[in-house]
Each structure stands twice: as C-alpha cells, then as structure tokens.
Design a protein around this ligand. Structure first.
Ligand SMILES: Nc1ncnc2c1ncn2[C@@H]1O[C@H](COP(=O)(O)OP(=O)(O)OP(=O)(O)O)[C@@H](O)[C@H]1O
Ligand SMILES: [Mg+2]
Length: 257
C-alpha cells in the first residue's frame, strides 16, 4: 500500500502543501483539479523526480525515496504527462527499456524480456507498431507505448499523469479498463491525474480534488463529484445528472439549461 504523509514541495512561486494520501492494494485514486493545481507536481514528487521537503512516500511502510533506484523502479511505474522522444528507438526497444531495472549492469535483454514487452504492447493495442521508430508515432500512440513501458515492469504502484489526454474515445476506455483490471486482479495501487470528471467517476475508487497545491476534498466519487464542490474548485457552474445509476457531470452553459 502507498502512503503519502505530508508531501510538500515548492518551485518558488508555487507550492504543494501537506498532501496526504493513502492508496490501498487494488485501489485507484484519481487526482482531479484545474490546470496548474499541482497534479503533476504531486505525481513527480511521489515518483521521486522532484524532491519533496521531507521523506514522505512509503510503500508497505518502507521509505520509498531512500531505496536504491533499481529497487524503486520495480515498485513504482510512472507514465509522464508529456514526453519528447530523444532518439528513434523502435517501439519494442522502448518498452523493453522499462525492464532496465531488472537486468544486470552489462546484461542485454533476452528473448523472455522481448516476449514480456510484446505482451504489454498487445495489451495496449500497439503490437503492429513494434518495429516503428517511436519518434514517428502520433501523440496517442506514444502515450500507449509509454503505458506499455510502465506496465512491463509489473510495478506494485502505478502513477499515471493524464493517461487519456491524447487518446481517442475507444482508447481512453481501453487504458482505464487496463488500469482497473490491474488493480482488481493484481492488486496494483494506482494514482492517476485526469481532467474528465466523468471518467474519474467511472474508474476511481476515490478522488482527491486539488486546488492551488492543496487537497480541497477527498473521498468516494459520489461524495466528491457534487455541484457545489466542483463549482468551488473549477469556478464554473456545474450540473450533475443521474442516469442509470451513473453520474454525468457537465458544465452549465447556455447549451445545457
Ligand atoms: N519546472 C517548473 N518550474 C517552476 N514552476 C513550475 C514547474 N513546473 C510546474 N510549475 C508550476 O507549478 C504549478 C503546478 O503545475 P503542475 O504541472 O503540477 O499542474 P497540473 O495540475 O499538473 O496542471 P495541468 O492540468 O495543466 O497538467 C503551475 O503553476 C506551474 O506553472
Ligand atoms: Mg499536469
């Protein structure tokens, strides 16, 4: 289980303050909040790309940031919000690189590693692109490859920063279904940042609403996705409809009265 105890980080003119989260085995926690509210900062701090002020990230009680990098890489997978491919590796090689922490320093990947990578590419529907340079993918295809790269490590904790941002309607659901399945069947704890409150409602066990670097509210989707709470966080009128037991969240505009 992932515990974040009082995470604080400052860029100077922006800070994340005292973020506390607990994500159980098999649980999906979604960070929701306006642009610039600190979602990416929180995820990067959990992963250790940013150094929070105190030691505050624990997995099964172990201080995650003091673990050797290789050990940490086995525990936590991270799918970044944006990524600029530096070199035209093939798609398959990029996914195999997700296994770097499981190889010896001078060890080359073997057949079984490529096999694992192919399985994950298949899972995200990208296996037919395996030999293509990943500098030549569309934004959504690149996102799917990065998800496969995080999955191939088979981490205990999966951090996903807007995993659906560049994806079409079908692939948004495909990726979130994969996360749900991994949580349900393999007990992975997932923390993801999303923008769409409807997808958050469908795929989260709990939601943390962030505003100005602080958690404004945290709880089950039906406790959090309420008109007055969303209006306060986003500063727009919101209407929440119930349909077949589902919550549908829409901005209140002249089109929807
Ligand atoms: N490298 C950086 N240096 C200085 N300030 C930064 C840096 N990265 C982000 N910030 C600032 O930190 C704040 C939070 O950014 P963050 O990327 O965490 O927001 P976010 O909630 O992920 O937003 P979005 O929904 O747009 O992805 C913003 O005001 C941003 O300008
Ligand atoms: Mg972000």
């Amino acid at each position: 289980m992932l515990e974040v105890r009082g995470l604080s980080f400052s860029y100077g003119d922006f800070s994340v303050d005292d973020v506390c989260l607990e994500v159980g085995e098999g649980e999906i926690l979604t960070l929701l909040g306006p642009n610039g509210s600190g979602k990416t900062t929180v995820l990067k701090s959990i992963y250790g790309l940013l150094r929070p002020r105190e030691r505050c990230v624990f997995i099964d009680g172990k201080d995650c940031h003091s673990l050797p990098l290789r050990e940490r890489a086995r525990l936590v997978g991270y799918v970044p919000q944006s990524h600029h491919p530096p070199f035209p590796y093939t798609v398959l090689d990029v996914v195999v690189m997700g296994l770097a922490s499981q190889l010896g320093v001078f060890e080359s990947p073997k057949k079984e590693h490529y096999q694992k990578a192919l399985e994950k590419l298949k899972l995200v529907g990208m296996v037919r692109f395996k030999d293509k340079p990943y500098t030549e993918l569309s934004g959504g295809q690149l996102q799917l490859v990065l998800i496969a790269r995080a999955l191939v490590q088979e981490p205990r904790v999966l951090l996903l920063d807007e995993p659906t941002a560049h994806l079409d309607f079908k692939n948004q659901v495909r990726v979130l279904e994969i996360v749900k399945r991994l949580a349900g069947r393999e007990g992975i704890s997932a923390v993801m940042a999303l923008h769409d409150p409807n997808l958050a409602s469908m795929y989260s066990d709990r939601i943390a609403l962030l505003k100005d670097g602080r958690i404004k509210a945290i709880g089950k989707p039906d406790e959090i996705l309420r008109e007055e709470i969303l209006e306060d966080v986003y500063g727009v009128p919101v209407c929440v409809l119930e349909f077949n037991g589902l919550r549908i969240i829409l901005p209140k505009t002249e089109v929807i009265q």
